[in-house]
Each structure stands twice: as C-alpha cells, then as structure tokens.
Design a protein around this ligand. Structure first.
Ligand SMILES: Cc1cc2nc3c(=O)[nH]c(=O)nc-3n(C[C@H](O)[C@H](O)[C@H](O)COP(=O)(O)O)c2cc1C
Length: 444
C-alpha cells in the first residue's frame, strides 16, 4: 500500500484547523512548521508529501475569508518542496503546477532542478486549474472550456517530457583531467512546434536522479482520464463509493493498457480524509472540536466556490431546489455530481454543506487505528486503489496520529512498509525509471 500526505493549508483542510491550539507558535509562512510536518511523515515512512495549490486568493465573501481560509495565504509550493527536500532524506516531495498558466520550459527546468536538489524525490501534480479567480490573474475573464484546457495540458506535458529526455543518462561527463564537460552526442534538441508551444530545447538541466520527476494527475473528466492514462505515474482519485472508485481505477488501467503501458506503472491513490487517534473516542473528540468551531458561512462558501452557484440566500433547514444549481459543472464534475445527488435525495442546505464537506476531500473517516485500517484494507483489497492520499482536517495533530497510531497498525497487518525501499520517489512507489526516448537499448 502506498501512502501520501496531502498538505493543503496551514492548520489542515478544515477551514478552522488553523485555530487549533496545536498550531500555536507557527504561522502560514513558517517553513519550520512545514519541515516539522515533513519529518513526522518521514518518521511514518510515507511515500510522499503533496502540496495542492491554486495561484489566487479564493474569491469569497469577506465574512468567510476573514474567518476561515488559511489557504488564502501560502507560499509557493515549489519553493516549499525545495526547502523540504533539504530537510528530509527519503520522503517524496510533490507540488501542483498548472499547465494553463505556466510555460513548459520554465516548469520543466524548475521540476528537474528540484529532482536534483532532492536526490530524485520530486513530483509534479499536473492540473489545468478549475477556478475562475486563477484565470483572472493571468489575463483571462474566466476558465477556458475544459477540452481547450486539456488540449493545452496534453501538449504541455508532452513538451515537458521531451525536455526531460533531452539529456541522456551519461550526457554529463565532468571529466576534469580530460577537460570534457558533456557529450554533445547525448544532448538533444526538441524542436517542438505545436498548437500551443514552440520550444527548441534542449533543457539546460541534465537528466535527473530518478530519470524524471514523478507525474501525478487527478482529473476525472473524459479528457482528464485520457491524459492520466497516457502520462501519469500517480493518479489521485476521489470517490466515496467503493464501486465507483474501483470502476475509475479499472478505467485508468484499461486505458493505459490500450496505450501500451503496464497497469503496474501507475499508482492510483485515493483521497481519504483521516481523523485517527489512540481510541475512537479521542478521534471523535477531535472531529467534534472542528465541527463545533466551523461557522456555517465558511462551509456554505466552500460549496459556492466549487459550484459557481451561491446558495446562501436559501433557508438552511429546507431541501434545496434542483434549479438552484447551474446546469453544468463549472469546475470538478465529480463534486458537482455529488451535490446533485444530495439535492435529489432531499437534503437540506445544512445537510448539503456537511455532506459536501465530507466528499470534497474524498471519503472521510473518523476512528481508532483499527477502524481506519479496516476501512483502508477493504478498499485496497477490493482493487479500488493502490494506496491513499491522506488528507488531514487538522495539522499537525492528525498527521502525527497517523504516524503514531495508523501506520503501526498497517505495518502490523503487513500492508505497509517498515523501511523505505530506496532513496528516490520512484523506488519507494515501486515505479520504474522510464526509458529515455533517445537512448538506444543495447541488443544482446
Ligand atoms: C487529491 C486531489 C488533489 C487535487 N489538487 C489540485 C490542486 O492542487 N490544484 C488544482 O487546481 N486542482 C486540484 N485538483 C483538482 C483536479 O486537478 C481536477 O481539476 C479535478 O479533479 C476535476 O477534474 P476534471 O477537470 O478532469 O473534471 C485535485 C484533485 C484531487 C482529487
């Protein structure tokens, strides 16, 4: 079982996690806080830390922004993972960067650089961005249509992979005595000329310690699945229903097989929000603290921002009319469909807010280590995933409880490693170094 930790915001995913006493003494810009999290996760032998991101302050009403959005202020995740690379030795460090608002050359260079700095532990979560406020920071009035975003994304990833291949393994010679720095025969131009990008190459960073950084993707739409099946090493999924999760995983594996990839080359990690503790009562007390301290306007806004529909004028304790929603999902199709389901089941607005908060970060679970491990083992053995991308309502406590209680339970069951397999992210995920397109395989 592979395990990652998604660190979204200072204090954790819950909008009031930042107020918890365990964050005392830290602030959202303290790298020391994040290093502390990384060390806790590395103590638990987790595969990777992943920093989700969007390049904008969430566009919310001042009342909600003021009260509960730690993610309104956060340092760039590529800077964060570079700092973490220097403070850790085995855990993978991955971050989101959007194909809609970067250029392939500078992002390929940054990520390859982080792979060198980390000794082969870098990962990139490829996103097309699903928020209008991000688009407005880059000259657009709102998001481009999904097909257009993904067309650019597919070309973007293609260029990045080409640039990462532009240096063959042995191209960097650094022979001081012989006075030979590199072998020009092994450094290749890309000469890409496509619909969105013209890039000559080669990259000015040599082949990286794990061949190339690990690529993660989380799209669940048709073009998102196409891209993931073709290019991802890690796929994040977020379905609370186990059959739906299994169907998604099978779909990605089948699509990859059609493209000539082995399903073993892709690790499917399911989002799972965990609140675990030494006992079930303690775990429930942690969840209660967050619930009791979360203002309803913050939860309501979280729904609004994902759905492009403001429901705050509706009565809280009456069923939500179906026509209150737009006819099409402005961002995530999966989250939109979940809300349509709640509404068709007659949920009140207050119930929708609660249920939406649960599915937003995957299926949530609160319990003792045994209870949480049972849940994970059942889904894992049902073929719904190759592991989990854990999310934490409250940090650092929920992460340290994972390391102290859940990981030992998973190890006891033989489901999770007790030592790292190697020092690169690919080694730890059990994913091979991809062949360089230029390198001739010697014939036997
Ligand atoms: C675990 C996980 C992490 C994600 N992280 C980000 C992120 O950091 N930034 C972002 O813009 N979108 C993020 N997303 C959203 C996805 O990239 C994608 O937009 C969403 O799943 C909708 O997919 P679709 O556009 O193919 O429908 C994440 C999704 C999941 C499940």
């Amino acid at each position: 079982m592979r395990l990652g930790a998604l660190l979204y915001a200072f204090g954790g995913d819950n909008p009031v996690g930042w107020r918890h006493p365990s964050t005392a003494g830290w602030g959202p810009n303290d790298i020391g806080y994040t290093i502390e999290l990384a060390r806790i996760a590395e103590r638990g032998k987790l595969d990777l830390l992943f920093f989700a991101d969007m390049a904008a302050v969430p566009d919310g009403p001042p009342s909600a922004l003021a009260r509960g959005v730690a993610k309104a202020a956060r340092i760039d995740p590529l800077v964060t993972i570079t700092a973490l690379a220097a403070a850790t030795s085995h855990i993978g460090v991955a971050a989101t960067a959007s194909t809609s608002y970067w250029e392939p050359y500078n992002l390929a260079r940054l990520l390859a650089s982080i792979d060198h700095v980390s000794g082969g532990r870098a990962g990139w979560n490829v996103v097309t961005s699903d928020r209008n406020e991000v688009a407005r920071n880059f000259g657009d009035d709102g998001l481009r249509p999904r097909e257009e975003r993904y067309a650019r994304a597919a070309e973007f990833v293609d260029v990045v992979l080409g640039l990462w291949d532009s240096w063959e393994e042995d191209a960097l010679v650094v022979d001081r005595a012989g006075g030979r720095f590199l072998d020009p025969e092994l450094v290749h131009r890309l000469d890409h000329d496509g619909d969105h990008f013209r890039v000559e190459g080669p990259l000015n960073v040599s082949r990286t310690p794990q061949g190339r950084p690990v690529i993660a993707e989380a799209g669940s739409s048709e073009p998102g699945r196409r891209l993931a099946a073709a290019t991802a090493d890690v796929v994040f999924s977020a379905f609370s229903d186990v059959a739906a999760a299994r169907a998604f995983a099978d779909d990605i594996r089948d699509r990859a097989a059609v493209l000539g990839r082995s399903p073993d080359e892709i690790a499917i990690l399911e989002s799972l929000t965990v609140t675990v503790a030494a006992t079930e009562d303690e775990a429930r007390a942690k969840a209660r603290w967050l619930r009791e301290n979360t203002p309803i306007e913050v939860g309501l806004w979280s729904m609004t921002e994902h759905l492009g529909a403001d429901l705050s004028h509706l009565p809280l304790d009456e069923p939500v009319p179906r026509d209150a929603l737009p006819t099409e999902a402005p961002g995530s199709q999966g989250l939109f469909d979940a809300l349509v389901t709640f509404i068709s089941e007659g949920s009140t607005l207050r119930e929708c807010v609660r249920r939406f908060a649960e599915v937003r970060s995957g299926s949530g679970i609160v319990g003792s280590a045994e209870q949480v491990a049972d849940h994970m083992q059942a889904r894992f053995e049902a073929g719904a995933n190759d592991g989990f991308m854990l999310q934490f309502p409250q940090l650092p406590t929920d992460l340290s409880d994972v390391t102290d209680h859940l990981v030992p339970e998973l190890q006891r069951r033989g489901l999770f490693r007790t030592e790292y397999a190697g020092t690169t992210l690919r080694e730890n995920l059990g994913i091979d170094v991809p062949a360089n397109r230029w390198t001739r395989v010697p014939t036997a």
